[in-house]
Design a binder for this molecule. Sequence first.
Ligand SMILES: NC(=O)c1ccc[n+]([C@@H]2O[C@H](COP(=O)([O-])OP(=O)(O)OC[C@H]3O[C@@H](n4cnc5c(N)ncnc54)[C@H](OP(=O)(O)O)[C@@H]3O)[C@@H](O)[C@H]2O)c1
Length: 213
Amino acid sequence: MTTYGIIGAGHIGSQVARAVIGLGHDVVIANSRGPQTLDALVADLGPQARAATAAEAAAAAEIAVVTVPLRAIADIPVEPLAGKVVLDTNNYYWERDGHIEALDRGEKTTSGLLQEHLPTSKVVKAFNHIGAPDITTDGHPAGSAERRALATSSDHPEAVEHVTALYDALGFDTVDVSPLSESWRVERDRPAYVVRQNRAELVENLAKAPRMI
Ligand SMILES: NC(=O)c1ccc[n+]([C@@H]2O[C@H](COP(=O)([O-])OP(=O)(O)OC[C@H]3O[C@@H](n4cnc5c(N)ncnc54)[C@H](OP(=O)(O)O)[C@@H]3O)[C@@H](O)[C@H]2O)c1
């Protein structure tokens, strides 16, 4: 059993919480407004979940998940996440996040920005190109024709191994698009972004992604 510290309790954070609780893990979950605003969610998630501040969730995490609007990653606590695997679900929506020049110019990646913010953590891309409800409803057994594939990417092989095992437990195949400098291939508006695809289709979509959109 693992304790997941989840920073961000919206569409994706709450659904990743449901998913890992369904696998028997514990969750400490945080938002920006404070744990007292998460009573309804925690009641819904059940006894394996508790609400906390972002700093407390980071400290409690054996595995962390950062799932906030990209503009908020500067607020993510650094020291309590040192040395830990940190799953990054974030995408760049300049309409929501404001323009980030290094992304607009194709010089950096969204997950690379989180890795820069958390230099001693093991940042790994996860769940960024699947709609939140599908995380708990679209899994299928290994080898079945319906099995969907999801991408991951990291500069840390141990973090890729964790996400690959988690995807598998939830019923998804994995395509590794490491290192993080290649992770733009699964960012917003690329062919692999939020479409239902099997492993072969995902490999093909990642290969034909344009660097600039
Ligand atoms: N929705 C999807 O299906 C989907 C799929 C894949 C990836 N994503 C990406 O995943 C990320 C999260 O998406 P979402 O749809 O879950 O967003 P969302 O529903 O808007 O939830 C965002 C969460 O982040 C929290 N938050 C914001 N600023 C924070 C801060 N400074 N410290 C701690 N928590 C903070 C919010 O808390 P408060 O409410 O208290 O402010 C809220 O709980 C985004 O980057 C999004 O692009 C979304």
